[in-house]
Design a protein around this ligand. Structure first.
Ligand code: E4P
Length: 266
């Protein structure tokens, strides 16, 4: 499974790249806002170029449009692509599957952009059916939002029945509850069913497990055969953690000293 880093923070991107595990980057307007507040850069254009340069050729970087109508999203996508793709030939345009009830602006945008050869990452996917439509319209990637579906089931569907508070990063479901969102039991279930449906019909569209909040969702996305998971920096860090690993390192270091093992390296 490819790993994208889900951030617009240049330092996080550089650090994770140095670990040799990053295959791409996803940004969204909220992540951009965080980075702008943190770095107070003079030029947003230059900052985006820096992200693209640092990611480098062969590592796609998703940049999102901001309008709600197809003609505006297409224009914005073209501007983003024309302005930035020359930097490292790695720009992907993020388009929401739907911008409000009763319109088809997302699908029209995906169709138009893919016909122009501009790769699209269809975002805000909350059902496998949305993913199927986006793939048919020509999306290069679809991004099912695991964490937000967990939020939705926990708050809207379970509500007070949940009987406990939950934190953003908590794994769900915690007890095999049978409450669901129209047959989708959890964010991981959304990812799994999306992968299965696109596999059934051999779509070239790749599934990016998105809105990932904990390491277990990464595991379940990989088990489901998601092509990619886009993961926040802190969740990538948490994937390395286990108390027995720390304990083992401590014990081996102590025994190495006792065995005078250091002699070999001198
Ligand atoms: C990535 O493409 C998405 O924009 C991102 O994963 C959303 O994550 P969030 O639901 O934690 O904001």
């Amino acid at each position: 499974m490819k790993i994208f880093i889900d951030t617009a923070d240049i330092e996080e991107i550089k650090e994770a790249l140095s670990w040799g595990i990053v295959d791409g980057v996803t940004t969204n307007p909220s992540l951009m806002r965080k980075a702008i507040e943190k770095y107070r850069m003079d030029s947003l254009d230059e900052y985006v170029r820096e992200i693209l340069r640092v990611a480098g050729a062969g590592r796609p970087v998703s940049l999102e449009v901001m309008s709600l109508k197809a003609e505006d999203m297409i224009r914005e996508a073209e501007i983003l692509y024309d302005k930035f793709n020359d930097v490292a030939n790695n720009v992907v345009i993020k388009v929401p599957v739907n911008t409000y009830a009763g319109n088809y602006e997302g699908l029209k945008t995906i169709k138009a952009l893919s016909e122009k050869g501009i790769p699209v990452n269809c975002t805000l996917i909350m059902t496998p059916e949305q993913a199927l439509l986006a793939a048919k319209a020509g999306a290069r990637y679809v991004s099912p939002f695991a964490g937000r579906i967990d939020d939705y089931i926990r708050t809207t569907k379970l509500g007070m029945q949940a009987g406990r508070d939950f934190q953003k990063g908590d794994y769900y479901p915690w007890d095999g509850t049978d409450v669901d969102d129209n047959g989708i039991r959890s964010g991981s279930d959304l990812v799994e069913k999306t992968v299965m449906i696109l596999d059934n019909y051999d779509y070239d569209t790749e599934v990016i497990a998105s809105s990932i909040r904990n390491a277990r969702q990464v595991r379940e996305s990989a088990l489901a055969g998601a092509h990619i998971a886009t993961i926040p920096f802190k969740v990538i860090e948490s994937m390395l953690l286990h108390p027995k690993t720390e304990e083992g390192v401590k014990k081996f270091s102590e025994d190495a000293e006792k065995a005078n093992y250091r002699e070999i390296f001198s």
